[in-house]
Design a protein around this ligand. Structure first.
Ligand SMILES: [Fe+2]
Length: 343
């Protein structure tokens, strides 16, 4: 289908460029075909006096399909959670079908828009509910990055979406306690992976990848996790994927006891915990697959007083990205004297 030519004023976040944008008098490549439009890109085009850009024609269809998928998933998880809270027998077929559908259409979805839609849901739905959707999406992208088979991607996503289902059966006073839990309360919380397994088995879910994701999402590589204290290879891939996605999205969220971390600090933390809390393989896959969604295009202020937008992230040094300044790119991997001071 032919691209659409839009004025820069008509560009919207999430659209995809259908061609390179080059400064005519100097030949400087400003943006490349396939890049996703964001606020910083629009600012850059304006500052270079660019008036028009070609975007992929199917932009609206992609957004529409993405929104449908988010809404379908939200509804299925909502129904499931309600059934458990009100002690009705939960039904998993609807959610399994919705995840299968999402995996099949994953390449057509607008993941930037998916992320924004989840962020909006966070304002009206409870933390645990939206956190489960985020961890499910994260696990799906990590699983794809690791080259897993489509069937395994479905079950990694399903297991991660259901990882905290056991929490719904914990006393409400513990779940809604904004302060630090007592030792006794934390001992009760530690039962939620086992409770989750019980709930899922009672609902007819016996797939090992799904059960492993739920059972092992608080296990750590160093053996200091719970409930089993497993370490390294004793933790299944499904458990490793869910564990790293769970911590990543928890850190990015406001909690009663702390503010949300900025994405750059969160990626740096995930990187620093390789081999301690998370496996190297799954932490790298998370950084590879999620940094384009959370870091690329982000505005940052550098310690030398300059500011720009994150252009590229090296998964081995996620806190030292390449940053596009007004008319050049600085690769912070090669500039140890410059740090990102705010994002
Ligand atoms: Fe949990």
């Amino acid at each position: 289908m032919a691209p659409r030519f839009l004025s820069v004023a008509q560009l919207q976040t999430g659209m995809v460029l259908a061609g390179d944008i080059i400064v005519s008098h100097s030949g400087l490549l400003l943006c490349s075909k396939g890049e996703v439009v964001g606020g910083p890109m629009i600012d850059k085009l304006r500052s270079w006096g660019i008036e028009y850009a070609a975007v992929e024609h199917n932009y609206d269809m992609r957004r529409e399909e993405t929104l449908e998928q988010v809404e379908c998933l939200r509804q299925k998880v909502h129904d499931l959670f309600q059934a458990i809270v009100f002690r009705r027998s939960p039904e998993l077929t609807g959610l399994t079908d919705a995840v299968e559908e999402m995996v099949i259409s994953l390449d057509r979805l607008d993941l930037h828009f998916f992320r924004q839609a989840l962020a909006q849901l966070k304002r009206k739905d409870g933390y645990t509910f939206v956190h489960c959707l985020e961890v499910g999406l994260g696990a799906l992208l990590i699983s794809r990055q690791l080259g897993c088979r489509r069937e395994d991607m479905v079950h990694h996503c399903l297991g991660a979406t259901l990882h905290d289902i056991g929490k719904l059966s914990l006393p409400r006073a513990i779940l809604t306690n904004p302060g630090k839990l007592t030792e006794e309360e934390f001992d009760i919380v530690k039962h939620h992976p086992a409770i989750g397994i019980k709930v899922l088995k009672a609902a007819g879910m016996h797939h090992p990848l799904v059960l492993n994701a739920v059972a092992e999402h608080h296990e750590r590589q160093d053996g200091l996790g719970y409930p089993y204290g497993r370490s390294c290879d004793q933790i299944t891939l499904a458990g490793q994927i869910t564990a790293v996605a769970d911590v990543f999205f928890a850190l990015l969220s406001d909690r009663p006891y702390r503010k949300a971390w900025c994405p750059l600090r969160t990626f740096e933390y995930i990187h620093s915990q390789k081999g301690i809390q998370f496996s190297h393989e799954t932490a790298d896959a998370l950084i590879d697959s999620l940094s384009p969604l959370y870091l690329t295009g982000m505005r940052v202020l550098l310690s030398d007083g300059s500011s720009g937008t994150v252009e590229k992230v090296d998964p081995r040094l996620p806190h030292r990205p390449s940053v596009r300044l007004e008319n050049h790119v600085v690769d912070l991997r090669n500039c140890p004297e410059i740090a990102v001071i705010s994002a």
